[in-house]
Design a protein around this ligand. Structure first.
Ligand SMILES: [Zn+2]
Length: 250
């Protein structure tokens, strides 16, 4: 079955490079906050939903080059991005959340009719740590139906959209493999922040489980070796190679 994939920027954040790679390089890097729309004859799914409304700032409040924090204006939430291409947020059937950190599920609030698909262990970790810096119930616990899965899950049958476990960044992180006309892609999210993370098999100090994170990077590197395109989680240079105004990705 044919699948269409589209990418959206649902905010930006700026942080020292050390946040992603550890080490000494404290240069401030600017990172996109991605969300993806996957359309299949059986329904529409989002992979991640970006930031929630509480992070909104007026469009004039751009971050200076050395500032850290979020940049998220009223055009950048997932509902606005969908409406801009004439997709009704209420028509989304599934939300696949890579994990329950704020920059990945904050937009769940504006997708009213979706069922959320999450790894059982991620949901448990988020519930256990709710109210900490990492997890906020305002993002992930809004009454949507939830489909908990463990490991791989073929969303529509037929292998066109497969959720794959990519533990390490969080205990229950997951990614999605999509079969496109141009070949397979893996929407990695935070198990592989940057191209550099994969090139050098560099985990992040922010990973919950460094061993699992490294094992995940090795699996992704093997996939990339065989021709799968990896869509890095927060890599500005990579992001600029994608269409982000609603055109399908080939
Ligand atoms: Zn993230």
């Amino acid at each position: 079955m044919p699948v269409t994939l589209r990418a959206f920027t649902c905010g930006w954040f700026q942080s020292p490079l050390t946040f992603f790679l550890g080490g000494e390089d404290k240069r401030i890097v600017r990172s996109p906050i991605p969300a993806y729309l996957i359309e299949h004859p059986q329904g529409r799914a989002l992979f991640d939903t970006g930031l929630g409304y509480r992070f909104r700032r007026p469009i004039e409040e751009r971050l200076g080059p050395d500032a850290t924090g979020f940049e998220f204006d009223e055009s950048a939430d997932i509902a606005a991005r969908l409406r801009a291409i004439d997709v009704d947020p209420a028509s989304i059937r599934w939300i696949i959340n890579s994990h329950f950190h704020a920059d990945h599920c904050g937009g769940n609030a504006s997708i009213p009719n979706a069922t959320i698909i999450v790894q059982t262990r991620e949901r448990a970790a988020a519930a256990a740590q709710a109210g900490s810096k990492l997890y906020d119930r305002a993002d992930f616990d809004l009454g949507h139906p939830v489909l908990e899965i463990t490991g791989e899950h073929d969303l529509f049958g037929g292998g066109s959209v497969t959720i794959i476990p990519t533990y390490g960044h969080t205990v229950g992180h997951q990614s999605v493999k999509v079969k496109l006309p141009g070949g397979d892609v893996v929407l990695a999210a935070d198990c592989c922040y940057l191209k550099q993370s994969l090139d050098n098999l560099r985990t992040s100090p922010s990973d919950a489980d460094a061993d699992a994170a490294l094992e995940t990077l090795r699996r992704l590197a093997a996939l990339r070796e065989k021709g799968t395109r990896i869509f890095y989680g927060h890599d500005e240079a990579f992001w600029k190679t994608l269409p982000t105004s609603g055109e399908p990705i080939r």
